[in-house]
Design a protein around this ligand. Structure first.
Ligand SMILES: [Zn+2]
Length: 112
């Protein structure tokens, strides 16, 4: 499953850099299904990958970053962190630039 692969990548990234989940937050861009479901799945898979860090994974911040959308009717391009938004100009369903979620690790020390 997509979320399992992403969780494996995050766990590997943390291990390679010697980081604990408590030291980072995740930034998610893209997607085409319910963000809350996605985050719950990602957290569950990450807990399975890092059982010793279950508490830190449970309280880990997962934020949504903006990504691009295109309106197939009027051609408007815009950015939002929302999944499956309608066109702000004409209200039809838009096409997402990123349909499968991308997850990036952000160091909390580097965040203002
Ligand atoms: Zn439009």
């Amino acid at each position: 499953m997509h979320e399992a692969g992403l969780a494996r990548g995050v766990a590997r990234g943390l291990r390679e850099r010697g980081l604990s989940p408590a030291q980072v937050r995740l930034a998610v861009r893209g997607g085409h299904h319910d963000p809350r479901e996605f985050e719950a799945e990602l957290r569950a898979h990450l807990t399975a990958e890092m059982p010793g860090d279950a508490a830190a994974v449970a309280s880990m911040e997962i934020r949504r970053a903006v990504f691009g959308h295109l309106c197939p009717r009027c051609g408007v391009e815009f950015e939002t962190e929302r999944v499956a938004p309608v066109c702000p100009a004409c209200g039809v369903d838009t096409v997402a630039e990123i349909t499968d979620e991308i997850v990036e690790i952000e160091l909390l020390a580097a965040v203002r």
